[in-house]
Structures are given as structure tokens and as C-alpha cells.
Design a protein around this ligand. Structure first.
Ligand SMILES: CC(C)(COP(=O)(O)OP(=O)(O)OC[C@H]1O[C@@H](n2cnc3c(N)ncnc32)[C@H](O)[C@@H]1OP(=O)(O)O)[C@@H](O)C(=O)NCCC(=O)NCCS
Length: 175
């Protein structure tokens, strides 16, 4: 069962200190998402995913997105107040599900996506070394990123793939 009632990302900025990433002179800060972020997050995910939805003959479902936002464990990566990226996790009994990994176009190709996946891996390592799992559409270039980070295809869905990365007990990937 997948649920977001565990809120690991909510701990950012408390026990773990502020998680931040420097891109040149720009400091990006990862913080828990709040309901006030919903409009900006929806805009980012909508803009990013529109080509893939169009490809599949699907349209954007705002109501579903908002419901899914509320049930997940979410974080925003921000530069000053501006949203740069969004990470959304769901906690299953046997794995950590990366539901959303979304980076705004201006910040792509600079290691942000890699850094966010590494962050999710670190959390999974701290909480029992559960494998990470995600769904990706077959034609999404993100597939290459996930392969590079050690994810392997474990199943196919209509139009998509399920990918998984196992961690060993030190939190490192199992190759
Ligand atoms: C996928 C995504 C999160 C990667 O974020 P990022 O910050 O650019 O990632 P990084 O800089 O750490 O790594 C870049 C990698 O992303 C991959 N990538 C994904 N989409 C890409 C795109 N549109 N153009 C170029 N590279 C892309 C490349 O393979 C690249 O891998 P490489 O470094 O081995 O060449 C980002 O492109 C994005 O938000 N895409 C739109 C939303 C999406 O598809 N999310 C994934 C849903 S499963």
C-alpha cells in the first residue's frame, strides 16, 4: 500500500539542517512543501508533463493532481522564493516510491535531478534501506538519468516502465 502519512521530507530544516545545493553562486534550498505551494507546483508539473500527456491523448486533471499532492510527502527546491524543483514521495511498506521529480526548464542539466534522487536515497537509507521505485514513460529522456543513477527496469505498464534501485545496508546502491 502506498501512502504519504509518513512525512520524511517534513524533517528537512530541523534534524537534518537545511539541505541546500549550490549552482555557481545560486543557493537552492530544499524545504517541505505547504498547501501555499500547490498552485506553483501544479503549474510546474503541468508545464513539464504536458507533452507526454498529449502524446498519450491524455489531458491534465487538476482535481486529481491536487488530491495526490495532499496525500504525498512533498518538498520544494527554491531559489529565494522561486520554485526550482519539486520532489514527491510515497511510503510503501516495502519501498519508497518517487512519485514526482520535476525540475523547471531553466535549471535542468545542472545536477538538480540527480541531487534530489540522491536525497531520496539518503532518506531511504536512514529508514531501513528500502528500495526506491518509480514509474517513467517509455519515451521520457529521464529514463537515461535513472539508468545512470542505478535504477533498473522491473516491470512494464501500458506506455511506461517501473524502475527500481536497491540500496545495501550502508545506503549505497546494490549493483
Ligand atoms: C528528468 C529531470 C527531473 C532531470 O532533471 P535534471 O536536473 O535536468 O537532471 P540532471 O541535471 O541531474 O541530469 C540530467 C539528465 O537528465 C536526463 N534528461 C531528462 N530529461 C531531459 C531533457 N528534456 N533534456 C535533456 N536531458 C534530460 C538526461 O539524460 C541527463 O542525463 P545525463 O546527465 O546522463 O546526460 C528534468 O529533466 C525534468 O524535470 N523533466 C520534466 C519532468 C519529468 O519528465 N520528470 C520525470 C518524470 S518520471
Amino acid at each position: 500500500m502506498l501512502h504519504g502519512s509518513r512525512q520524511w521530507l517534513t524533517g528537512i530544516g530541523t534534524a537534518h539542517g537545511h539541505a541546500s545545493l549550490h549552482l555557481g553562486r545560486t543557493r537552492l534550498t530544499l524545504r517541505p512543501a505547504t498547501p501555499a505551494d500547490l498552485a506553483d507546483v501544479e503549474q510546474l508539473v503541468h508545464d513539464n508533463m504536458r507533452p507526454y500527456l498529449t502524446d498519450q491523448g491524455l489531458s491534465w486533471n487538476s482535481e486529481q493532481f491536487r488530491r495526490r499532492f495532499q496525500e504525498a510527502d512533498n518538498a520544494c527546491l527554491v531559489s529565494s522564493a522561486a520554485l526550482v524543483a519539486f520532489l514527491s514521495l510515497l511510503h510503501a511498506d516495502d519501498h519508497l516510491h518517487v512519485r514526482e521529480l520535476q525540475v523547471s526548464t531553466d535549471f535542468r542539466g545542472q545536477g538538480v535531478g540527480t541531487w534530489l534522487i540522491r536525497h531520496a536515497e539518503a532518506l531511504a537509507g536512514e529508514h531501513g534501506h528500502k528500495p526506491l521505485r518509480l514509474n517513467v514513460m517509455k519515451h521520457n529522456p529521464a529514463l537515461r538519468l535513472y539508468r545512470r543513477l542505478g535504477f533498473r527496469v522491473t516491470a512494464e505498464t501500458p506506455g511506461g516502465l517501473v524502475m527500481e534501485k536497491r540500496l545495501d545496508t550502508t545506503g549505497h546502491p546494490t549493483l
